[in-house]
Design a protein around this ligand. Structure first.
Ligand code: NAP
Length: 280
């Protein structure tokens, strides 16, 4: 029986801590707002945006909503970002991804001032993370580190295998694990003998975007399994990249979907906003 890593509970603890920090900041006259920009009305994005606004309200920071129509041009979006970059009150800018196909996401991410890049996606934030300098950390991987630490799971010296090398999860996850002194292996769709490589992992982070792909044959007895995937199964129920029922009995600890990694991403976004307000 694995320990179930309760992301809902841990994220709530983090938000409670941030709420106290925000109150202290306010007492010192330090305030700021998060600008949340959504282009189009993709239902999944709308849920994420709503959750982010609710988290801001909970910890006590203002959120400014910019809901733009699907047909917004790249130029219009870039001009809004330039305006938000210049607004003193705005301490964080979040552009909900994915953007409609006619808008270049990289261009938009790079237009956000690194001082307000609370998603941690700007190349300057990524570069700072690589060399261990101060900057905003990518929220999902930073949330996974918190999940492990707050569950008293040792990272230092452990073999960590990551499935996936995306810019938002796999790559930053590898760097943060390395920072925590894990021995890190990154795998991807061209990796040979994936199951064999994964079986070496003390900590297996699965971010491949393939519903219920990873079964018992990929997991060493007693490994810690972190499931980043989010999907809907045939019954429209949320599920991850891991076959939970099969893996849970052999893992020592595992994140459920929902209620594992997902809630941590928003908690770490709030953490970045509070950090930005602090740095003023
Ligand atoms: P992504 O950009 O699609 O990247 C998937 C990665 O998995 C790629 O590097 C790909 O390899 C690798 N991969 C795909 N099939 C594979 C296979 N058969 N064997 C080995 N590697 C394989 O996805 P992402 O943005 O990183 O997201 C991954 C999952 O996490 C998705 O389900 C997403 O919805 C979820 N997610 C959750 C949160 C959260 O807050 N919980 C946040 C972000 C993402 P190649 O590079 O070779 O193509």
């Amino acid at each position: 029986m694995a320990m179930i890593i309760d992301g809902k509970k841990i994220s709530q603890q983090i938000k409670e801590e941030l709420k106290e920090k925000v109150a202290l900041q306010k007492a010192k006259g330090k305030t700021g707002a998060l600008a949340v920009v959504q282009v189009g009305a993709d239902p999944a994005s709308s849920v994420y945006v709503r959750n982010k606004k609710n988290a801001c309200a909970f910890i006590g920071i203002e959120s400014l909503a910019y809901e733009l129509p699907e047909e917004t041009s790249e130029e219009e979006l870039l001009s809004l970002i330039a305006e938000l970059n210049g607004k003193e009150k705005v301490k964080g800018i979040l552009v909900q991804l994915p953007l409609p196909a006619h808008i270049n996401e990289d261009k938009v991410i790079q237009a956000i001032s690194p001082e307000k890049d609370v998603d941690g996606f700007h190349p300057q934030s990524v570069g700072a993370m690589v060399i261990g300098e101060k900057g905003f950390l990518s929220c999902t991987p930073a949330g996974i580190i918190q999940l492990l630490k707050r569950s008293d799971i040792e990272i230092c010296g452990k073999n960590c295998v990551i499935i996936g090398r995306s810019n938002i999860v796999g790559k930053p996850m590898a760097l943060l694990m390395l920072r925590e002194n894990a021995t890190v292996t990154i795998t991807h769709s061209k990796t040979q003998n994936l199951a064999e490589v994964c079986k070496q992992a003390d900590i297996l982070v699965v971010a491949m975007g393939k519903p219920q792909f990873i079964g018992a044959e990929y997991v060493k007895e007693g490994a810690v399994v972190i499931d980043v995937g989010i999907h809907r199964d045939a019954d429209n129920k949320l599920c991850g990249d891991v076959k939970y029922g099969e893996v849970e009995p052999i893992a020592s600890a595992i994140t459920p979907v929902p209620g594992g990694v997902g809630p941590m991403t928003i908690a770490m976004l709030m953490n970045n906003c509070v950090q930005s307000i602090e740095e003023g």
